[in-house]
Design a protein around this ligand. Structure first.
Ligand SMILES: *[C@@H]1O[C@H](CO)[C@@H](O)[C@H](O)[C@H]1NC(C)=O
Ligand SMILES: *[C@@H]1O[C@H](CO)[C@@H](O)[C@H](O)[C@H]1NC(C)=O
Ligand SMILES: *[C@@H]1O[C@H](CO)[C@@H](O)[C@H](O)[C@H]1NC(C)=O
Length: 585
């Protein structure tokens, strides 16, 4: 290496012996002259390298990145105190390619057409990488900005400037909208949710909702039932039926609100009707995976089809067929066929016959008081809600559409809506800071307990806010394969019809209160009697062991010989596994 040897010989000479100051000054001048002539070569002009600079340079780099595309400031090799490069960008400047770049990366020597710089080359512009949150990113590296993906790309090849190039989709959660809601004059507050952060608005509407709007007259309307009933100012089904309501669940990124709201309402009503004897959770997955045909699984479904499935086939328990679509984002295969009578559950446990069902659903008039009365008498109802872009950010308070997107003049792509079904479980009224009284519905969503007010939200009542009062549905529970539950439901329905008829004459709430206490007491007695006879089986399966047979025998014994005479009756009784005793009131 001639150059370096020369350099080193000069410096070694300058320290070797004491010389006169004149000579010293001369040597320094010579040294500077030599350095100046050598500088262009040393500082990066590798155009006319001698045999000593031939290399290997690029060939020294890691095998998989010896020659690089575009501009890559990491694609270099130290040389003579500076750096030479093995990327195509060195082609542009034509002076900082490594001496072996053309031979090694292109298989030939430098093309003669490339002009040779005659002046001292300016050094390669300082690398300007992409920066995010104080972290530097190299070319081609990716990051994301909320719902948009960004790549660090060469923006200007001449100056070598890099910057982020990002997709430009409207995001589901927009910090500026959250801010605007919280700063604005609204009755609710918004917040960020890590679970929803990073989704586009389109994805949110596509994956988080999932109810197709029904024609207004698909379901039979209930007759008007509120005449002059006094309805309380506030009501919460969780207080009237403690521990009976199904908890808030999380549908995940699967547009299955149609299945979630349907099973939740059916479950609530079954538990209420049986006064808590029925404790199972209903399988959302069963409805979601097995109600196919017109239903779109995780892309949405119709409520009338869902209720039809519940009426015709019913679902097994959550324990048997747990919800997995929140993780897989797809409805998956139907693992318990609608007509399958018994067998192994997807969860591995065994099940027998029992299916939770519902009667045909009925529609409640889109009248505030009618809906209130239905909830108070019979339990939570299913409602379909028009969800618009700001609803996803709801944190607390009484929601009504802010319309901020239009008010702020955002582009139309930022407006998006879809239908979503939820449960209404109560109502109330609240005084605002300005002293106005606003009425609200209390609803359960299916976006997990972290969302909103512990999974619930409140929404303006009495003005069909977001169409929540327009399509409200109720049902009665039904069950097959469990005779005690079935009888219990029948009894409860008969009683309810009776009270409804007599209630017409009622004028006073207190009378109803005592009647309710009376009913509760009877229900409790019924439940206790039932639990005493129920086999100790945590899965709720019917017990086929000897203990049940013994109980059956006991039951028959007390009935003397009456039934033993009739073999047909006896046979039927053996099929009806539970004794009729608890039903005697
Ligand atoms: C290098 O630059 C020349 C012109 O300057 C061009 O024709 C050639 O395609 C470039 N080579 C590469 C590999 O980009
Ligand atoms: C929202 O939450 C996500 C995840 O927790 C976080 O990365 C993001 O910075 C938050 N956005 C705002 C505006 O606070
Ligand atoms: C019912 O079963 C559970 C465990 O399965 C047991 O702890 C409990 O004592 C049993 N109760 C009766 C009344 O047998």
């Amino acid at each position: 290496m001639a150059l370096i040897t020369l350099d080193r010989s000069i410096s070694s000479r300058s320290f070797s012996s004491p010389l006169s100051s004149n000579l010293r000054a001369f040597i320094v001048i010579v040294q500077i002259t030599i350095l100046l002539t050598c500088l262009p070569l040393a500082s990066g002009f590798f155009g006319e390298w001698g045999p000593d600079l031939e290399g290997p340079w690029c060939a020294k780099r890691p095998l998989d990145s010896q020659c690089c595309d575009g501009r890559d400031d990491y694609c270099g090799v130290p040389i003579l105190g500076t750096e030479c490069y093995c990327d195509i960008f060195c082609n542009e400047t034509a002076y900082d390619c490594c001496p072996d770049y053309w031979q090694h990366c292109h298989g030939h020597f430098r093309p003669t057409t490339t002009p040779r710089p005659t002046t001292l080359p300016t050094p390669r512009p300082v690398r300007e990488p992409c920066i995010k949150d104080g972290v530097r990113y190299g070319p081609g590296e990716k990051t994301s900005e909320n719902c948009n993906d960004c790549t660090c790309e060469l923006i200007d090849p001449v100056s070598g400037r890099y910057d982020w190039r990002c997709s430009n989709d409207p995001c589901l959660l927009r910090p500026e909208l959250i801010q605007a809601v919280n700063d604005g004059d609204f009755t609710w507050k918004a917040s960020n949710y890590s679970k929803l952060w990073g989704l586009t608005l389109d994805e949110g509407v596509r994956y988080r909702l999932g109810t197709f709007l029904l024609e207004a007259d698909v379901l039979r309307m209930t007759p008007i039932s509120v005449i002059d009933d006094v309805l309380p100012e506030s009501f919460d089904a969780r207080q009237k039926w403690p521990n009976l309501l199904s908890p808030v669940r999380d549908q995940g990124n699967c547009a299955s609100s149609w299945a979630h709201s349907t099973t939740a309402v059916a479950e609530d009503r079954l538990r209420i009707e049986t006064a808590g004897v029925m404790t199972d959770s209903l399988s959302v997955q069963h409805l979601l995976s097995c109600d196919r045909g017109e239903q779109m699984g995780c892309e949405g479904g119709r409520l009338d089809r869902a209720w039809w499935f519940m009426r015709k086939f019913g679902v097994v328990t959550e324990e048997c067929y747990p919800y997995t679509s929140g993780l897989t984002d797809s409805a998956g295969q139907c693992l318990v066929s609608p007509k399958q009578k018994s067998g192994a559950c997807p969860s591995g446990i065994m099940y027998k016959r029992k299916r939770y069902k519902a009667t045909p659903p009925y529609r409640i008039r889109p009248v505030e008081r009618e809906i209130m009365k239905e909830i108070m008498d019979n339990g939570p109802v299913q409602a379909t809600l028009l969800v618009r872009e700001d609803f996803f950010m709801y944190r607390r308070g009484i929601y009504s559409y802010s319309d901020l997107t239009s008010r702020r003049g955002d582009p139309e792509t930022y407006l998006k809506s879809g239908f979503h079904s939820v449960r209404i479980i109560g109502w109330g009224a609240e005084r605002t800071e300005r002293g106005d009284i606003i009425k609200y519905w209390l609803c359960a969503n299916s976006w997990g307990p972290e969302w909103g007010e512990s999974g619930y939200f409140r929404i303006l009542r009495g003005s069909d806010e977001s169409r929540i009062e327009r399509y409200v549905v109720g049902v009665w529970g039904k069950v097959s394969g469990d005779d005690v539950l079935r009888l219990l439901l029948k009894e409860s329905r008969r009683r309810r019809l009776r009270t409804r008829r007599s209630r017409r004459q009622l004028r006073h709430i207190r009378t109803r209160g005592s009647r309710r206490r009376d009913r509760r007491r009877r229900m409790r007695a019924l439940k206790e009697a039932f639990l005493a006879t129920r086999p100790n089986d945590s899965r709720g399966h019917r017990q086929s062991s000897t203990s049940s047979r013994r109980r059956r025998e006991r039951g028959h014994g007390s009935k003397k010989h009456k039934k033993n005479k009739n073999k047909k009756t006896q046979h039927r009784n053996q099929q009806n596994f539970y004794p009729s005793q608890p039903m005697v009131m």
